[in-house]
Design a protein. Sequence first.
Length: 128
Amino acid sequence: MRYLALLIIIIPAIDIGFLLLSGKVIGVLPTITLIILTGVIGAYLAKREGLQTLRNAQGQLSYGQIPGESILDGICVLVGGTLLLTPGFVTDLVGFLLLLPASRRPFKFLMKNGLRKWIEKGNIKIIN
């Protein structure tokens, strides 16, 4: 939990620093244009990937399978889309990585391991 609080403080500070640097190097209007462009592209990608994830989950459910991978994909798409809507180049980079299926794998691996550790520690109870 303390890492989350640290990230909530550090990531915006880094983003602000990059935005200020970008404004100095390429100018204010190109920086604002980049921010808007990444938001538009991010919204499009989030919609496309979200619908694809939903179709995959429905397909798995129709065959009687639990859509575990699709749920993790959905979490990545949701977080990635949210990050792309926030102004900043660092959050945009992470957002794009979460939205693109090939680069999403390491994040899903980390989520699986985190959940596994929480279950092993007893922080999450599995009820049958």
